[in-house]
Design a protein around this ligand. Structure first.
Ligand SMILES: O=C(O)CCC(=O)C(=O)O
Length: 397
């Protein structure tokens, strides 16, 4: 068993200035989730036939018959949890405990849940969605002003993984709020002829509100592990990484041959996703793909790889993907909560017992990010195995 470690401990000095941290994210172009360098093959809803570069040959990756409609299997509904009970009042105390338990149970089984009455103003969500649509509707040559260079993390383009031959039927735009915001800079390029502030103020206000929600959820989830609620969140007060990806899926001429976003786990700590009213997100459970019913009044929350490590696999980071359809466009806003790159991620000793031994060795988020994308870039299903304490210590998984 490893020596006692603090989880998300004080930064180890990999390079402490925010600018230096940002710079270290620029991986080798051949080794990461990267932009495909798209210029012309942006998915077009006008196409009658699916262009070859979007045809997914691997049937296991297509959104096909193997999906179960949650409505036909009541037990296969990603749970919807009502946060209303968090509003203080002595009569709500018992209900709060129930909520914490339900949340922990959802993360053990699904790694996913939805939250209702989450406290993020609906007007803020609507405003951010309007701005996302405005951004994707810009002419391609304007969007390319913020083109994400191959091998880097932020900007406009299409996500592909190394080794992936086929393009996703999707456009994406990834921005960062912390440690340094790149939102104003990119808005200034995108909306040079208009009012960049309209875009950046909506996006920043949305991300700030969602970060607040993510922190509240992190504390409840931590409590659900039997730890003091601020056990992890205390380390994210000053330094943290907050980013958001807009995912836009135009109607697809042959949806059964394409995929919006391939199956993957999120490498992050926690993901807070808002999907519009069009279905597309699917979660894998018992080797079946289950559709997460769109609830625009809810956020979808999922455990990332880092939280799986911190929880010693009690919480699961689960494969998910996005499918596309022929009639409706779809928008999702995915916000990611992360520690700073130089934070140490280590399972707390309280969660390590003889019956539930330590699975992972401590590592930094930077080390994980580089390895995660370098070695298991496509599904991410087993990329965290590289961080097992020893080859045989996968007893709990
Ligand atoms: O669009 C979706 O529902 C899924 C998005 C997602 O998984 C991601 O951005 O990582």
């Amino acid at each position: 068993m490893a020596a006692h470690q603090t989880i998300l401990s004080s930064p180890m000095h990999v390079g402490s200035a925010p600018a230096a941290m940002a710079a270290t994210l620029n991986f080798d172009a051949n080794s990461t989730l990267r932009n495909a360098g798209l210029r012309s093959p942006v998915p077009h809803s006008e196409s009658k036939q699916l262009p070859a570069m979007f045809i997914e040959a691997d049937k296991n990756q297509r959104s096909s018959e193997d999906s179960w409609e949650a409505s036909e299997h009541a037990e296969l509904e990603v749970p919807v949890l009502d946060l209303e009970v968090l509003n203080s009042g002595p009569d709500k105390l018992g209900q709060r405990q129930e909520l914490v338990k339900a949340m922990a149970k959802a993360c053990q089984k699904w790694g996913f849940f939805q939250v209702l009455n989450h406290g993020v103003d609906q007007a803020l969500i609507d405003r951010c969605e309007v701005e996302a649509h405005r951004m994707f509707a810009l002419p391609l040559e304007v969007k390319e002003r913020v083109h994400r260079p191959p091998g880097t993390s932020f900007g406009y383009g299409a996500n592909t993984w190394v080794n992936q031959k086929v393009l996703h039927w999707a456009e994406s735009f990834h921005m960062q709020l912390h440690p340094t915001s790149n939102i104003h800079e990119m808005a200034a390029k995108l909306f040079a002829e208009g009012d960049p502030n309209q875009f950046s103020s909506a996006v920043e206000a949305y991300m700030t509100a969602v970060e607040g929600l993510a922190r509240r959820l992190l504390e409840l989830l931590t409590e659900g592990l039997g730890l003091e609620p601020r056990h992890f969140s205390q380390y994210l007060e000053k330094e943290r990484m907050i980013s958001m990806r807009f995912n836009f899926y135009p109607p697809c001429p042959e949806p059964s041959l394409a995929i919006g976003l391939r199956a993957h786990t999120d490498p992050h700590l926690l993901t807070i996703l808002h999907q519009d009213s069009v279905a597309g997100l699917q979660v894998q459970i018992h080797d079946k793909w289950v559709t997460v019913k769109p609830r625009p009044d809810c956020f979808v929350v999922n455990i990332g790889d880092l939280f799986q490590v911190l929880s010693n696999t009690m919480y699961k980071s689960v494969l998910h993907r996005a499918f596309v359809n022929s009639s409706s466009q779809r928008l999702s806003l995915a916000c990611f909560l992360n520690p700073p790159l130089n934070a140490t991620v280590a399972t707390p000793p309280e969660l390590i017992t003889p019956e539930w031994p330590q699975i992972y060795r401590p590592f930094t988020w930077l080390e994980y990010l580089k390895n995660a994308y370098l070695y298991h870039p496509i599904t991410g299903a087993d990329r965290h195995e590289r961080f097992f304490l020893s080859a045989n210590s996968c007893a709990n998984s």
